[in-house]
Design a binder for this molecule. Structure first.
Ligand code: IPD
Length: 267
């Protein structure tokens, strides 16, 4: 299997679909449906997903699908596509950047190809296992910051699962006082892509889904960064909690998050 060729094809598919998403938005008629508390889907999410699935379904014979906008999960044993047709749907509805298409191929739950196409800035971030991380044709790497105190930290705010809101607010308190600042873009896939190219030094969030993070994980790893769940383990794809950072500050970052979040969770 040639992962570079598959990645290049997925880049084309993401960009084509992104153009469709932008044009459809410009023409109006979003048709917003409510999936849950502060959780929305538009007609464009569904159309975007249909286009992506029909374009990628023959790229890897036998591969299954884990899709955001789907009630039926068609998971296969070894290879699966994990797709978020618009990550940052709330931004998309309000016309606020960023929003992105996120497509990953995983082998035994390890991301081996990842593409995040941020539609508003027309930036495509992509990586395949062993091939490095690329942004619009140029190789990128994570930042070289050596201390959390010198770092810019990104996160996502809880919007429907408020069970860990108190410890989460404590992390915000900590990073406001002990880093260069905290940012919240509203698209976890874009946050992870920004860590991969060094714009941000670290990212953490709870309450995430595999389609929010799968592509971003390989972007970060191939760019020299590290990813884990809050405990420092590997359950970040399906476990909902992720911390990602450049390799220099990763341990410091993970210990801070674990110390504050898990203490609150266990109480
Ligand atoms: C959401 C975005 C947001 C994050 C949420 C995600 P969606 O994805 O990534 O930044 O805070 O947890 O669910 O629903 O817009 O695809």
């Amino acid at each position: 299997m040639n992962l570079e060729n598959i990645c290049n094809r997925v880049v084309e598919i993401a960009k084509e679909t992104g153009r469709f998403v932008k044009e459809t938005r410009d023409q109006g008629g979003l048709s917003v449906e409510v999936k849950g508390l502060n959780d929305f889907v538009t007609r464009v999410d569904k159309l975007s997903q249909d286009r992506i699935v029909s374009a990628i379904e023959n790229l890897v014979p036998g591969a299954g699908f884990i899709l955001e906008e789907d009630s039926i999960e068609e998971r296969a044993k070894k290879y699966n596509w994990i797709v978020d047709p618009i990550d940052g749907t709330t931004n998309f509805i309000h016309g606020a950047p960023p929003y992105a298409i996120s497509i990953a191929l995983v082998r035994n739950d390890e991301p081996i190809v990842g593409v995040v196409y941020e539609i508003v800035m027309d930036e495509v971030f992509y990586a395949w296992k062993g091939g490095g991380t690329w942004l619009n044709g140029k190789k990128v790497t994570v930042s070289g910051k050596e201390k959390v105190a010198d770092s810019l930290i990104a996160t996502g705010f809880p919007y429907s699962d408020f069970s860990y809101i108190d410890p989460f607010m404590d992390t915000m308190d900590f990073f406001m006082k002990h880093s260069h600042g905290v940012r919240r873009l509203g698209s976890a896939a874009t946050d992870l892509a920004y860590v991969s190219c060094g714009r941000y030094d670290a990212f953490y969030e709870y309450g995430l889904h595999p389609w929010d993070v799968a592509a971003g994980v390989i972007l970060i790893r191939e760019a020299g960064g590290k990813v884990s769940d809050f405990k420092g383990g590997d359950d970040f794809l399906f476990g909902g909690k992720i911390v990602a950072a450049n390799g220099n500050i990763f341990d410091e970052m993970q210990k801070i998050i674990y110390g504050i979040m898990e203490k609150g969770i266990n109480n």
